[in-house]
Design a protein around this ligand. Structure first.
Ligand SMILES: [Zn+2]
Length: 463
């Protein structure tokens, strides 16, 4: 990666080219006129529909319901996030000084020196984990193992059902009593023509109306190893496999009448929540002990390495939260305005952006937004307009639910792999789809609304 190049001048040039995309430095790829037009059209439509602005129109369809709720949540995170990023910057400045005594830390130094500080602090090289993370074992002894322990599910490969592409596998999912629940299709390998990234989708939605059992697919894009070699994963890929399976469970456990309200057909700011919760099981000591074994010796990952993994993963939350929040707050800023407040002149785009970041308390030049407005595909192209807040909104529910599982675990002394807790999560939340207000499902589970403190604690942003 060029952001990791030891050549500082090269890093600067790449950073500037990257953050300058769409800003007019290259007339052929100037997107400023387009984003101003989009912002104005959306504001005009919102007015026609009787809303104060586009963000209010979008929020109403989500569980957030109002932009006040969105602003309040993002606002609570901004101060602590930037404070932590500043503290991280001080360590990076020290690390930079070892190479270039007179240099002042710049945004193009961040990635390289954050990695170096992480390696020095935790004496940990993530690539050493890979021999312990073999795909087949991660799925059967990790993802499926956890689903069995929590929900009692059994998985039987249906070799008679041929996948739609080479390497696509089909599993019959059964309840603890042997009743068939649905089919799970595993499409884990990259191949030519396949879309990038990781996602879940339904081939058949559960519905009482049509009486069909659900068929759900998980997609990853893991590179195929050479013939005869094992498929070894990174830790991120393991987490992604658990994440996508959380969506799969949401689809499989659905118990609603109408297919349009089934499983994952919930608002955008709710849909990532069950999948994020399922990531917790990858970290569970019993689950880890089950899947993290050396592919040739069968040896387990030792406890010290796991502690290092946990500690190193917690590092850098100041940066990660700040760059995310900056992008989410920009997305809100462009969509919380009336048509006449949208700048006319493309030269004003940069000033609009700077003022919005300043107002939101996330103007910290060392950590620019993850996406600047001129190449913010989520908000101007990809269907997350005024909805980029969703990820962290879902994570508030996720962190609060992880605490709930841990409380249940403490009561039962089983470390959270608890069939009773699983049954409650399934019945009150995963099975309900959008057949009722998802936040009501949340209250049914938790006995109250979600609180933000577990998220602040997880991201090291507590007071
Ligand atoms: Zn997801």
């Amino acid at each position: 990666m060029v952001s990791q190049s030891p050549n500082r001048e090269l890093r600067r040039r790449v950073f500037e080219a990257s953050t300058g995309r769409g800003t007019g430095s290259d007339p052929d790829s100037d997107t400023r006129r387009v984003i101003l037009d989009l912002a104005r059209k959306r504001a005009e439509r919102a007015r026609l529909l009787g809303y104060a602005h586009h963000a209010a129109y979008v929020a109403e369809d989500g569980t957030a319901a109002t932009t006040e709720a969105v602003n309040e949540m993002l606002g609570r995170l901004a101060g602590p996030a930037v404070r932590n990023a500043r503290a991280e910057a001080a360590d990076l400045q020290t690390a930079l000084a070892a190479d270039e005594p007179d240099a002042e830390l710049a945004p193009w130094d961040w990635s390289l020196y954050a990695d170096r500080v992480r390696q020095q602090t935790f004496a940990f090289d993530e690539s050493e984990l890979r021999p312990y993370l073999e795909l087949e074992r991660v799925i059967t002894h990790g993802v499926f193992f956890a689903a069995n322990a929590i929900y009692g599910l059994e998985f039987a490969e249906r070799e008679d059902l041929t996948g739609y592409a080479d390497g696509v596998r089909v599993f019959e999912v059964k309840e603890a009593d042997g009743t068939a629940l649905g089919l799970f299709v595993a499409d884990y390998y990259a191949r030519e023509g396949k879309r990038g990234g990781a996602w879940m989708h339904n081939l058949v939605d559960q519905s009482g109306l049509l009486g069909l059992p659900p068929v759900v697919v998980n997609n990853l894009n893991i590179t195929r190893p050479a013939a005869g070699e094992p498929t070894l994963l990174t830790w991120d890929e393991v987490i992604t496999a658990f994440h996508e399976f959380g969506h799969a469970l949401h689809g499989l456990f659905s118990q609603v009448h109408y297919p349009s309200l089934s499983g994952t057909s919930v608002p955008r700011d709710f849909v990532e929540y069950p999948s994020q919760v399922n990531e917790m099981w990858a970290w569970h000591p019993e689950v880890l002990a089950s899947f993290a074994r050396h592919h040739s010796t069968g040896e387990r990952l030792d406890a010290a390495t796991l502690d290092q993994l946990r500690a190193s993963q917690a590092y850098g939350e100041g940066f990660a939260t700040t760059e995310y929040l900056a992008a989410a707050l920009l997305d809100q800023a462009w969509h919380q305005i009336a048509p006449e407040e949208v700048p006319d002149d493309v030269a004003e785009v940069e000033a609009f952006e700077a003022a919005a970041l300043q107002r939101a308390g996330v103007a910290y030049p060392l950590v620019p937004p993850r996406y600047r407005s001129t190449y913010f595909n989520h908000t101007f192209g990809g269907g997350y307009d005024a909805g980029y807040y969703s990820y962290i909104w879902s994570e508030v529910l996720d962190a609060d639910t992880v605490d709930w599982f841990k409380d249940e675990a403490a009561e039962n002394g089983d470390g959270g792999l608890n069939r009773a807790a699983g049954a409650a999560f399934r019945a009150k939340l995963l099975s309900r789809g959008h057949a009722q207000d998802p936040l009501q499902s949340y209250r049914d589970l938790r006995g109250r609304d979600a609180v933000i403190d577990p998220l602040l604690k997880r991201r090291g942003l507590g007071e």
